[in-house]
Design a protein around this ligand. Structure first.
Ligand SMILES: O=C(O)c1ccccc1NCC(=O)[C@H](O)[C@H](O)COP(=O)(O)O
Length: 239
């Protein structure tokens, strides 16, 4: 049932870094990253290169995405897909299911605790895996209260539309207890699969995320800005 996280866990159990490749046509901070038509064959190439999962940003105004893009990619690849958008209600969860997503982004920064609970429980009931996104300690506490098992730390404040220059140091500082211990389990609870998202630019950044306690990383811009995106993806997986 949790096809999305299972695929990432299997990759981790093979001793390899699970990377979620983020299909974001436009970065509000950097500009166009992918032409929508190229996204189709790029998704197939990323699947052929062995990606365990991808995310598709469907938000149209700032990120150049669409539900149609998600549906098109769904028809072309078998790997699990996370829908990334500013989802605020159960109707959007139904739309995600209808488009073929396996997982749906629920952002603590855009919903109240009550709204998060409603959307989380609805997603679980409908069989689409909730991916709970956090950015600070307060949001992490909310994710823990929900009992979320698949959690992201977005290194950026996404409400600033990628103009706040977040880096992997956000993940590092949140997980650092200050006395040399890693506090992942204290913060998130047991058996949480943790993804460090955004602003990961290099193999060293990805290694840092893992050494801090992340189980996987989610990368968009650095892959799509690389001269040879598929080769760069392969390099990153071999760290
Ligand atoms: O991440 C979100 O919360 C989000 C929600 C709605 C639309 C877009 C959103 N984020 C954009 C991304 O998904 C980033 O592209 C992703 O975190 C990758 O970051 P980067 O590697 O720095 O491009």
């Amino acid at each position: 049932m949790n096809k999305f996280s299972e695929s990432l866990k299997n990759r981790k159990n093979e001793g390899r870094l699970p990377i979620i490749v983020d299909f974001k046509c436009v970065s509000p901070g950097v500009g166009r990253l992918i032409d929508e038509h190229d996204a189709h064959y790029l998704a197939q190439m990323i699947e052929d290169a062995g990606a365990p999962a991808i995310s598709v940003v469907t938000e149209p105004n700032d990120f150049g995405g669409s539900i149609r893009l998600l549906k098109d990619i769904r028809r072309l690849v078998d790997i699990p897909i996370l829908r990334k958008d500013f989802i605020r209600d159960t109707k959007e969860i139904d739309r995600s299911i209808d488009a073929g997503a396996d997982s749906v982004l629920l952002m603590c920064s855009v919903m109240s605790e009550e709204e998060m609970k409603i959307c989380y429980e609805y997603a679980v009931e409908k069989g689409i895996e909730p991916f709970v996104e956090t950015h600070n300690l307060e949001e992490i506490a909310l994710a823990k209260n929900l009992g979320a098992k698949l959690v992201g730390i977005n290194n950026r404040n996404i409400l600033k539309l990628e103009k706040d220059g977040g880096t992997v140091d956000t993940t590092a500082s949140l997980l650092d207890s200050g006395n040399g211990d890693n506090r992942k389990e204290d913060l998130f609870g047991k058996d949480v699969f943790l993804v460090s998202e955004s602003g990961i630019l290099s193999a060293d950044d990805a290694k840092k995320a893992v050494s801090c306690g992340a189980d996987a990383v989610l990368i968009g811009t650095a892959i799509w800005k690389a001269s040879y995106p598929i080769e760069f993806y392969r390099e990153l997986t071999n760290i």
